[in-house]
Write a protein of this length. Sequence first.
Length: 419
Amino acid sequence: MDVALVRRLCTAEGAAALAAAAAVDPSVGPLVAATTLRGQGIDAELASAALTQTALRRSAVAKFGPHASALLFTRPGLEQATRHVVADRRAARLAAGGVTRVADLGCGIGADTLAFARAGLRVLAVDADPLTAAVAAANVAALGLADAVEVRHGDATTVDLSTVDGVFCDPARRDTARGQRVFDPHASSPPWSFVAELPVRVPATVLKLAPGIDHALIPAGAEAQWVSVDGDVVEAALWHGPLAQAPRRATVLRHTDDGGWRVAELTGDGRRQAPVGAARRFVYDPDGAVVRSHLVAEFASTVDGSLADEHIAYVFADHATATPLGTCLEILTELPYGLKSLRAALRTEDIGALEIRKRGVAVDPDRLRRDLRLSGSRTATLILTRWGSRPVALLATRVASTGTGAGDHIPGTQADAVE
């Protein structure tokens, strides 16, 4: 797809092609679908684009919600786009922090730009790729937000920031030539040298980064936040200047049965150690955002727990405490460590379906599950870890937990850097 085709999709002719593509049963396959659209007088180029957009829209619902059916996408843009619940919360926080006009540098297909505009902010959205910028502009128009947003195709490093009081920057972390992710922040676009200086130019700056960011890159005075959605850590964000509220923050978002979201947050300084003691009856596996933010000690204090190994982020406790910040399991027994011994023990326990969790050991859970050749009738969880240099296998079962309510914030008092 190119810019001209994006513009064509935004016309009445394009809208008709998109509607026709959406009406085709996706199970018929691409050849039949294309033939169907051609039979309705839609030329091959437009038919192909409409069918591609229809497939991308279906995939985009998880990230964009009900707006997905009105938007245009590129495959890389959809992959890199912020989930709407994360973007909306970020936009609300910027607005509450006093930002009125924000520059979205590296706006992609516009996920955050749309959220900023919906929150009442005026937006200058910039992207270096002409196709991506065209898609972002189309999406802004599709949601009726053009009065609040200016989309530019250009180099983020040359943008005049004197007209904005806030900056959001999401550096591209993909080598477009090779189609591969870029893990070195210094190799991102715009480069880290530019990104790191943005808070000097505009104090109210937020940087969206990969969850695996090196903590050494976090500047003093900034708030580092890790966000997980339904158990998947999706991003890290650095909040600068007047927007920073705590040294470290873990934000855990989970869908509720009624289609809403439950939010829990944990804050702390990320420096202190959690208590270490013997393993106990219950074990908690903290959410990945808690672990990435080095707030395991704060988490442990919320469940009156401790670590069995100071370097492993499993928290043990005598009692099960409802928490939205991790998974609680009851330990049934310790099993012998080793494939043959585990296989025999699990057969004795009549285990047929096995969830495998691991920390601190080099194990491929999928391969291990195949090698165990389970055939029993019971379901359980196998926890593989180590205490010191000793590998440990624990058979456990999940404890049902309703957690705490939506909008919960759980302040922490201690912190530890564990993995």
